[in-house]
Write a protein that binds this ligand. Structure first.
Ligand code: FAD
Length: 316
């Protein structure tokens, strides 16, 4: 079976869940190989092996770390030339989408971004995207070259399948042309202790209905081990950081469970969460549009319902 490359999303060798998801998808298309960019591959190998990576192509080159995007595209291109893969899969982040586009130009292949499903179709690959703020589902297939596909998080449950994760070093000299934008400082965000919004299996979000008091939202989220999201109204009011905004101009999430508290369900908010597996809304207005897309709805005051739900979960 042809190789399918998966770009590893990691922090100093700690492999993120999206990589396990992409390796799971890659196994349905061919033989998965991971592409690891960085210096700590030893820390990453066990998890890459656990989710089925037969090979791990390693690019350990400081220039890829020190310059924005273009060197990553060159690194991926070097692996593509070596492996001649059937497809290249990347986690959908703005950084990776730019790298994927640059790679597609180099390989003269078709590019599909933000896929929510990827499956084998004859000799090719069929993908699904949710577009126009989620009002349409589009199915596409790449007709030229090896498909390059960025995939949203949480679209499949990761499933383990042990493989050898054999390390294959890849030589790379980054071109001067790719060194157009240098990273001058990296400052880690203060850690909240909660899972990352786009990676979390459960997201609890608050909107204008919180009136600026996110404490019941945060307490419920912590009880479930969930990430906290916010509507733009809550962010614009200065109640929550923009990094937690869910929606068209915020983050796109696709967790197993999404809880919207005091959020009306505007189309721009839906665009960021409607591919969630199960959606629960708490809103005191029974006519709120959010109730059109929920699996479970509670008509009530979030300041009453969330503490009750928190207590019920704690007792369970
Ligand atoms: P509201 O629409 O005001 O809804 C508040 C809800 O809370 C109401 O339904 C009310 O019944 C309920 N409520 C009030 N008190 C309580 C209570 N005590 N208990 C329970 N329920 C209560 N929005 C986003 O979220 N994300 C985006 O990325 C985004 N991008 C945008 C991009 C563009 C170009 C534009 C034009 C808009 C965008 N918006 C986005 C804004 C969007 O249109 C809505 O204005 C916003 O989502 C509304 O936020 P909300 O639901 O919190 O507030």
């Amino acid at each position: 079976m042809a190789e399918v490359l998966v770009l590893v999303d990691h922090a100093d060798g700690q492999v993120k869940k999206t990589t396990a998801e992409l390796l799971t998808i890659a196994r349905s298309l061919g033989t998965p190989s991971a592409v690891f960019v960085g210096s700590n591959v030893d820390a990453a190998r066990p998890r890459l092996a656990q989710f089925g990576a037969e090979k791990v192509y390693v690019i350990d080159n400081a220039d890829v770390d020190n310059y924005l995007v273009a060197p990553l595209a060159e690194a991926l291109y070097a692996v593509v030339q070596q492996a001649s893969p059937a497809a290249v899969l990347l986690p959908s982040t703005s950084h990776n989408k730019e790298a994927a586009a640059r790679l597609a130009i180099k390989t003269e292949s078709g590019l599909i971004t933000d896929a929510t499903a990827v499956e084998a179709a004859g000799d090719g690959v069929s993908t699904t995207q949710s577009v126009f703020a989620g009002s349409y589902t589009v199915k596409s297939t790449v007709t030229k070259g090896a498909p390059i596909i960025t995939i949203k998080p949480n679209v499949v449950p990761p499933s383990a399948a042990q493989a050898s994760a054999t390390v294959v070093p890849v030589e790379l000299t980054v071109s001067d042309a790719a060194k157009g934008a240098k990273i001058t400082a990296r400052e880690p965000k203060a850690k909240s202790g909660r899972p990352e919004l786009t990676e979390a299996a459960i997201v609890v979000s608050g909107g204008r209905g919180t009136g600026g008091d996110f404490s019941p939202v945060e307490t419920f989220a912590d009880t479930l081990g969930a990430a906290v999201g916010a509507s733009r109204a809550a962010v614009d009011a200065g109640w929550y950081p923009h990094s937690n905004q869910v929606g068209q101009t915020g983050k796109q999430v696709s967790p197993q469970l999404y809880v919207a508290a005091g959020i009306s369900g505007a189309i721009q908010h839906r665009a960021g969460m409607q591919t969630s597996k199960t959606i629960i809304a708490i809103n005191k207005d029974e006519e709120a549009p959010i109730f059109e897309l929920v699996d479970f709805g509670v008509v009530g005051d979030l300041f009453t319902v969330l503490p009750q739900a928190t207590e019920a979960v704690q007792k369970a």
